[in-house]
Ligand binder design. Structure first.
Ligand code: PHE
Ligand code: FE
Length: 299
């Protein structure tokens, strides 16, 4: 169910310095592709070329294959409409432009209906290496390619439906679900025949973390465990202390298929786990040295 808002209604724009376009009540904006400057396209080109070089041999084969299949290239910022021509027939997903982070329920409802919100603006040149909030590069380069993969595409839609449900249950359930998103969609690793590879968008869109996540001795790399992940706090302002490793997207899909309602009830009785803790019950691929970790700031 596509929904172009019939009544363009301006809403309060949190990012006033970027607020060049009208924001509809649903949070949807036009991409305004013609409005990108030469500098914007150059920022995309620089980031794209740098990450692709880093990611060969580091990103999951499926990520790289999917990105090629979509036709994303470094020469210019892709048009959502062009990508949609490829994406929609493949898995039924469609990209929509947004100004930035959406209210949780709106976000879940978009995902449940296979609409992926992509921030329309791209970071400024001085933010090339780090930006606190998701921009076009993170969303498009990082999140969108795997939507071409049928299993991952289904996972994201199931997550959206799960989000709508968790939202109705309450804040603790939402927190549990958010941790799952963080440690899979944003910061997930996958085990392939040649070794560990990255599939999380937060990693693939970051040059520093692309290397850190796989090669640094500092972080833990632990086998995927649903309830363990849903109890684990995470980092928003530093590299992760722990990454969780799946064996396949099918494993992720199967593990998250059960109704979470009883799981949320069970987890509400248990304490959260600090971001860097290794448990007796963990399947440890690598035990982190903890080098460079800050002692506080887990969320
Ligand atoms: N099975 C989950 C539930 O019942 C929904 C979900 C699916 C959540 C996939 C995350 C990922 O709530
Ligand atoms: Fe993201």
């Amino acid at each position: 169910s596509a929904q172009a808002p019939t009544q363009p209604r301006r809403v309060e724009n949190l990012h006033t310095d970027k607020g060049k376009v009208p924001v509809y009540a649903t949070g949807i904006v036009e991409q305004h592709w013609d409005g990108y400057s030469a500098e914007d396209h150059a920022t995309w080109a620089t980031l794209f070329a740098r990450q692709r070089e880093l990611l060969v041999g580091r990103a999951s084969t499926e990520f790289l294959r999917a990105q090629d299949a979509m036709g994303m290239t470094p020469d210019r910022i892709p048009k959502y409409d062009d990508l949609n021509q490829v994406l929609e027939p493949a898995t039924g997903w469609r990209l929509i432009g947004v100004e930035g982070l959406l209210p949780e329920l709106d976000f879940f409802e978009h995902l449940a209906n296979r609409r992926f919100p992509v921030t329309w603006w791209i970071r400024r040149p001085e933010q090339i290496d780090y930006i606190e909030e998701p921009d076009l590069f993170h969303d498009l380069f990082g999140h969108v390619p795997l939507l071409m993969n049928p299993v991952f595409a289904d996972y994201m839609a199931a997550y959206g439906r799960g989000g709508v449900k968790a939202h109705a249950i309450g804040t603790d359930a939402l927190q549990n679900l958010t941790r799952l998103y963080w440690y899979t969609v944003e910061f997930g690793l996958i085990r392939e025949a040649e070794g560990l590879r990255i599939y999380g968008s937060g990693i693939v869109s970051s040059s520093g973390e692309s290397v850190h996540a796989l090669e640094s001795p500092a972080p833990n790399r632990i086998g995927f465990d649903l309830e363990r992940i849903m109890r684990t706090r995470y980092r928003i302002d530093t590299y992760q202390k722990t990454y969780f490793v799946i064996d396949s997207f099918e494993q992720l899909m199967a593990a998250t298929d059960p109704d979470f309602t009883p799981i949320y009830a069970r987890l509400s009785e248990q304490d959260s786990i600090p971001a860097g803790t290794v448990l007796e019950s963990d399947t440890v691929h690598h035990r982190g040295t903890g080098e460079g970790w800050s002692t506080d700031g887990d969320v």
